[in-house]
Design a protein around this ligand. Structure first.
Ligand code: BGC
Length: 599
């Protein structure tokens, strides 16, 4: 039974109300035992559960965590364009939350990929707000269908890591609404997340944690959000202003310091206690809802084996075949060489707060060994130092001689991309390209497996026969790459972001990574810019090849006019005209051809 919140608010002391508005540890809310208000546990997220074994003050990404299934991060999941998959992954994540006693999972992240250089792009869905929003809706509904809450993050306009705690995203109203808030709006209105996490940065000068326009006027009053707003970890600068603006929970614990600021402000008449009551009401509502759900599922056991299969499936569905002249799929009896340490050191996930302890990581080489496949392997380069030497180069060159095909692993390593910093350019580690060039002198049948959480420079593409972009694969990456390379799974992922030819082509290149981040390109983000400006790109948004072919025919619409608020039905046939089974992502793009505003 839901407790009587009004009665509780009357019984709470001012000090207790203030205490409720901040965490008691890095991950838990403050309980008020005498009134039976429980504590709930919030945990990263988003592509797996990271519940630390020992609680610390600020949270520690290097602390030992309970192992959990590592699903492919958002960049890969979104490239599947598969709503059902996002829902299934969400549900599996919630099941692991239940087993690990986590009430709120800190994700999904729907910030827009304004630049391919943002260090955290791997945690975000897309450069397109519609795609990001649709995937988020399903993910959230999947998680919350099990009674576990999500934290939709980072609200808002947090599209760079450079000076993320102080930078100000300076955005015009149209770009804010159409691009940077749109995925949040879709997710809030449709999926009703239990919590929203405000970002570190300022938006048009005001910190997100104190931004009444964002947190109250837009989020609650316009979109009808009735959950709890939690600060990003350490995002609070003025606690009292945050209470006024609509920010409920400060995380992690501030050891009572900011609670005292709230009490003082009320006592001095600077903060109306009724406003604090409102924040407490919103907050305990979510706490009781989460707690009640957890009680109902006490002792829940997650099916980790099934989740492993789902992680494998999701990694394969999110992979994008960028180029293929017919070398792929490989024949299982082919005589192959595998080159590059990334074949052995799986990039299952990105670095930073989302990093969890996977249950069992399987690299491509691990899997080849597991099934007893015949192959030769050459390390080529070192993933830790991103260097190579004559010995490694010669060994790689020797290994490929006379082979039917070479599977060459290229990609961004951990040192290149992470939360907390942005990349400086699109280039891959130079050592990898040096080894590739040498290998190509002895064997031209090279299929590249590309890893990384963001677009990278692909100027080598003319020289190789195929590029299979597997992004970050989650823990079952080895199996998924095998499934794709050898045709057990037909690639069907499509890019959820543009791969530019060079980073200078990106419209905001000159203005990226400034503390005062001027969003001068306005709504022309990603393909919206490249299309409008007629700029060539390496691989466009929506691109992705298959081992089969599809034909589109008989396009019909149920009208030829679309007025505001109306829908239009579009129907056509999609036929698989090739000789293998395959899946196709159907994309429909619409545009106002006689727009009264600039498009
Ligand atoms: C990140 C959040 C994360 C939180 C808790 C912050 O640094 O920005 O995404 O959920 O830490 O680990």
């Amino acid at each position: 039974m839901q407790p009587d919140c009004e009665k509780l608010i009357k019984e709470l002391t001012l000090e207790e109300k203030a205490a409720l508005c901040s965490g008691i540890t890095s991950w838990q809310t403050t309980p008020i035992k005498r009134l039976g208000i429980p504590s709930i546990y919030l945990s990263d997220g988003p592509h797996g559960v990271r519940r630390e074994k020992q609680l610390s003050g600020f949270g520690n990404v290097f602390a030992e965590a309970y192992p959990a299934t590592c699903f492919p991060p958002a960049v890969t999941l979104a490239s599947s364009w598969n709503r059902g998959l996002a829902r299934a992954v969400g549900q599996a994540l919630a099941e692991e939350c239940l087993e690990l006693k986590v009430e709120v999972l800190l994700g999904p992240g729907v910030n827009i990929k304004r630049s391919p250089l943002c260090g955290r792009n791997f945690e975000y869905m897309s450069e397109d707000p519609f795609l990001a929003g649709e995937m988020a809706v399903e993910y959230i509904e999947g998680v919350q269908s099990e009674g576990v809450g999500v934290s939709l993050k980072h609200f808002a306009a947090n599209s760079q890591e450079f000076r993320r705690m102080t930078s100000s995203s300076e955005i015009d109203e149209r770009a804010l609404r159409e691009i940077y808030l749109s995925a949040f709006e879709r997710a809030v209105k449709r999926a009703k997340p239990y919590t929203v996490m405000c970002s570190y940065n300022r938006v048009n000068g005001t910190y997100a944690a104190e931004n009444k326009r964002l947190l109250k006027d837009i989020l609650r009053d316009e979109w009808g959000f009735d959950g709890m707003v939690v600060s990003d970890w350490g995002a609070v600068t003025d606690r009292v202003e945050g209470i006024r603006a609509g920010m409920n929970l400060q995380m992690p614990t501030a050891n009572g310091v900011t609670d005292r600021e709230i009490v003082k402000a009320v006592k001095e008449g600077k903060l109306d206690e009724a406003v604090l009551d409102e924040r407490v009401r919103e907050l305990i509502d979510v706490i009781f809802k989460c707690h009640r759900n957890k009680q109902a599922k006490k002792g829940y056991k997650a099916d980790f084996e099934a989740h492993r299969k789902l992680a494998r499936h999701a990694a394969a569905e999110g992979a994008v075949l960028l180029k293929n002249d017919g070398i792929l799929p490989l024949d299982k009896s082919a005589n192959i060489a595998v080159v590059g340490e990334l074949a052995k050191k799986l990039r299952s996930q990105g670095s930073g707060s989302s990093r969890l302890s996977p249950l069992k990581e399987t690299s491509f080489i691990d899997y080849l060994d597991e099934i007893g496949a015949d192959y030769v392997y050459a390390k080529g380069y070192d993933c830790l130092t991103d260097e190579t030497d004559d010995r490694l180069i010669n060994e790689a060159a020797e290994s490929v001689k006379g082979k039917d095909a070479v599977v060459f692993f290229l990609g961004l390593t951990d040192a290149f991309e992470s939360e907390a910093f942005d990349r400086k350019d699109l280039f891959l580690p130079r050592a990898q390209l040096k080894v590739l060039a040498e290998v190509l002198r002895y064997n031209l049948n090279v299929a590249v497996v590309l890893t990384g959480g963001s677009p990278s420079d692909t100027s080598y593409s003319d020289k190789v026969r195929a590029i299979l972009n597997v992004y970050l694969t989650g823990e079952a990456g080895g199996e998924a790459v095998y499934d794709l390379l050898f045709g057990d799974v037909n690639p069907s992922g499509k890019l959820a972001e543009t791969f530019p030819l060079k980073v200078e082509d990106n419209p905001m290149y000159k203005f990226f990574d400034n503390e005062i981040a001027e969003y001068r390109e306005s709504v022309f983000v990603g393909y919206r810019y490249y299309e409008t400006a007629g700029k060539a790109v390496a691989f466009p948004f929506g691109h992705g090849l298959s081992y089969t072919s599809f034909e589109y025919s008989e396009l019909q619409t149920d009208g030829n006019k679309l007025s505001e608020g109306e829908g239009l039905k579009v129907a056509f046939n999609v036929t698989n005209t090739g000789d293998r089974a395959g899946a196709e992502v159907v994309q429909v793009y619409v545009k106002d051809t006689e727009s009264t505003i600039f498009v």
